[in-house]
Each structure stands twice: as C-alpha cells, then as structure tokens.
Ligand binder design. Structure first.
Ligand SMILES: Nc1ncnc2c1ncn2[C@@H]1O[C@H](COP(=O)(O)OP(=O)(O)OP(=O)(O)O)[C@@H](O)[C@H]1O
Ligand SMILES: [Mg+2]
Length: 351
C-alpha cells in the first residue's frame, strides 16, 4: 500500500528552514510516518529565488538521509512575488471554450508577460455578484521560478511530481483538522522568515488572500543594525542558541515591536475584509510559521480581534505514534509543519 505509485513526500522549502513529511494513508486515516526539519544556510534563498543551488540541494539530501527517506517522488510549493493568485469572473460557457477564454483573459490580471508564466485554474462555481458569471481561481507562476525549483529537486536526486502553492498546501493541512468548523470564517496566517501569507476561508473556499514581505528576518535585520552583530549571530540569539552576543531584553523589545507591526498588517486585512458588503466577520485565526514564537504576536491579535486566536497543530489531523514522535517534539514542530504536511497529503495525479 505504502509503495503505491502515487505516494509522495511533502517538502516545504522555506527561506530559513526546510521541512519534510511522509504519511501512510490507511483505512483509519493518515498516519505520520516521517517528519523532519533542518535550517538552511542563510542567504540560500532570497526573495523566493534560489541563490545557492548546490548548497540547498545538499541541505535537502542531508535532511532526507537523516530521516532515512527512501521515496524519491516529492511535492513542493512556491510562494511570494513570483506567484499570482486571483479570483476572476468570466461568462459561463462550455468547458473547452472556457479553457481558452481563461487563458486569453488571464493576461490582464497578471503583471508578467503571459509567455513567462505557467497558468492553472480551478472553477469555484457561480459568482456571488451574478449567476451568469463563473468564479474562477487563477494561479500563475513564473516559468523561470518553476524551472529553478525543478533543477534544485533534480540536483537533490529527487523527482518533483507536484509543484503547489504555499497557501494552498497550508489550506490542505487545515482541511484535515478534526476540530475545525468549516462554516466559521477562519483566517490562516503564516508568518515565516521572509514572508507573511494570509488566507481567509469559509466552508473551505478562499474569500481573500494576501501576501507580503514581513517575517522574522525583519527582527534579525533590526538586531544586526542596532548591535552590529551578523545576521547569523542574530538568528542564533533569537532562537536562544547563543546568549553571549546580545541581551535578552534587546531581542525581546525588537521582536515585540516587529510583532506589533505584523499584528497591524493582519488587522488591516481583516478590516478590509469585514468592511466588504457581505457583513461577514473573521471568527477564528490560526497562526503558523516561525513568527508564532515571537512574544507579543499572538497576544496582540487576541486583544485587538474579537476572534478565537490559536497556533495551528497540523499533527492533530494525523494519527501519530507517541513513541516515535513524543509530545515535546510535536508541540515544538507544529507551527512550522503544516505546509510540508499539506504537501504530503497530495497524490501524484492531483490537480
Ligand atoms: N524557537 C524559536 N524562537 C524564536 N524564533 C524562532 C524559533 N524557531 C524558529 N524561529 C524563527 O522562525 C523562522 C523560521 O520560520 P519558518 O520555518 O516559518 O520560516 P520559513 O518557512 O523558512 O520562511 P518563509 O516561508 O518566509 O520562506 C526562523 O528564521 C527563526 O527566526
Ligand atoms: Mg514558510
């Protein structure tokens, strides 16, 4: 069963950490088989683009080796600048015609030359504004970015079977959570090292998506600017691995300030959504990414939003053997794990 041809390993290539997850799908549900994360050399990925191809390929190889992963087929994802996600409305027409229309209409929604992007789309259904219109989710990814990631995966000795989008992979992990209430309007907010992505959902459909360049790197840059230490030292200090380079107070006050800025950015998006015509309200916020470790971030959202705010634990959607993955490990890994798990849930023939 496990060696089925459609089996995949989920690989989330973040700009600061790579994460891998492998699941076994049984009649009882998805069983966590393997999970691991590793920090990558700072500067290997800048603004979503791969700078150090060989270094990064070696980091992936080492992670797969340390976790004893034998499966070569992987699902990866991209995000940030080079990915454009838009919901468009188009007139209803036969499937084949629709395909051509979407491709020709796509041009006006995408800030890049149409020949430079790979386009994919998914029909969401009847448009809310008019029953004659069809609502379509359009995704465009720059071809050179895709080529870069494919080259990286090949260099690591693996086969890239699926190239997904970070936001969708996160949503995929959210959808298997046992306690979620799909009718509740939920904001998924991932704050990583170099980007923040927001996705407001209702009944598993996305109502609003936003990406920006905020992340924990802002804290590292500020620590480095204020104290003169390197970004690498700042990272070790932030994670508590080094206590000799900068005082705890300095880290905390810088982290706190940046976290308030993230909180304001999220409030702005929530307010923009809530001031829309439909009179709907965000009732739940699920946070993910390394940003959740920063003091003051969750508290700010809790005090500013009239919503239930918590940190995602994507392992709750899986069957986890406690002997293999102790609670302490799961709790620590949970915020950074959802995208890799969402990717591991994909099957080779998924669209
Ligand atoms: N225990 C911790 N304490 C404080 N900060 C932490 C801790 N663990 C991780 N971080 C921060 O979280 C960051 C990593 O978060 P995450 O794994 O979500 O980023 P990423 O996915 O690599 O980045 P991106 O998605 O933006 O490319 C680290 O760079 C670090 O600054
Ligand atoms: Mg990330």
């Amino acid at each position: 069963m496990f060696r089925k041809k459609d089996h995949l390993v989920g690989l989330d290539i973040g700009s600061s950490f790579i994460k891998m997850a492998e699941l076994k799908t049984t009649g009882q549900g998805h069983v966590l088989h393997k999970f691991g994360m590793a920090r990558i050399t700072p500067g290997s990925i800048v603004e979503g683009r791969i700078v150090d191809m060989h270094g990064l390929a070696n980091d992936i190889k080492s992670l797969f080796k340390s976790q004893k992963v034998h499966e070569k087929n992987v699902a990866i994802s991209t995000g940030g600048h080079s990915v454009v996600i838009k919901t468009i409305n188009t007139t209803t027409r036969p499937e084949k015609e629709l395909h051509n229309t979407i491709y020709s209409e796509a041009e006006q929604y995408i800030p890049y030359d149409i020949d430079d992007v790979n386009i994919d789309y998914q029909i969401i259904g009847e448009s809310e504004s008019s029953p004659e219109l069809l609502s379509v989710l359009l995704v465009a990814v720059k071809k050179d970015l895709v080529a870069e990631y494919i080259e990286l995966i090949h260099l690591a000795g693996l086969n890239p079977k699926i190239i997904d989008v970070d936001t969708f992979a996160l949503q995929n992990a959210y959808e298997i959570l046992p306690y979620k209430n799909a009718e509740q309007i939920t904001l998924l907010a991932d704050v990583g090292a170099s980007k923040m992505s927001l996705n407001i959902l209702k009944a598993n459909a996305s109502l609003m998506m936003r990406d920006n360049m905020s992340g924990t790197n802002q804290i590292l840059e500020e620590i480095s600017n204020q104290t003169g230490i390197t970004l690498e030292e700042a990272e070790q200090a932030l994670n508590g691995e080094r206590k000799d380079v900068v005082s705890r107070d300095t880290i905390q006050s810088i982290g706190f300030k940046v976290a308030q800025a993230w909180c304001s950015e999220i409030l702005e998006v929530v307010n923009a959504f809530q001031s829309g015509a439909n009179n709907e309200k965000v009732e739940k916020v699920l946070l993910s990414g390394g940003g959740v470790f920063i003091d003051g971030f969750k508290d700010c959202l809790l005090s500013e939003l009239d919503a239930d705010v918590s940190i995602i634990n994507p392992f709750e959607g899986l069957i986890v053997n406690e002997k293999k993955f102790p609670d302490s490990f799961i709790t620590k890994a949970a915020p950074q794990a959802p995208i890799a798990i969402g990717l591991a849930l994909r099957r080779v023939d998924d669209k």
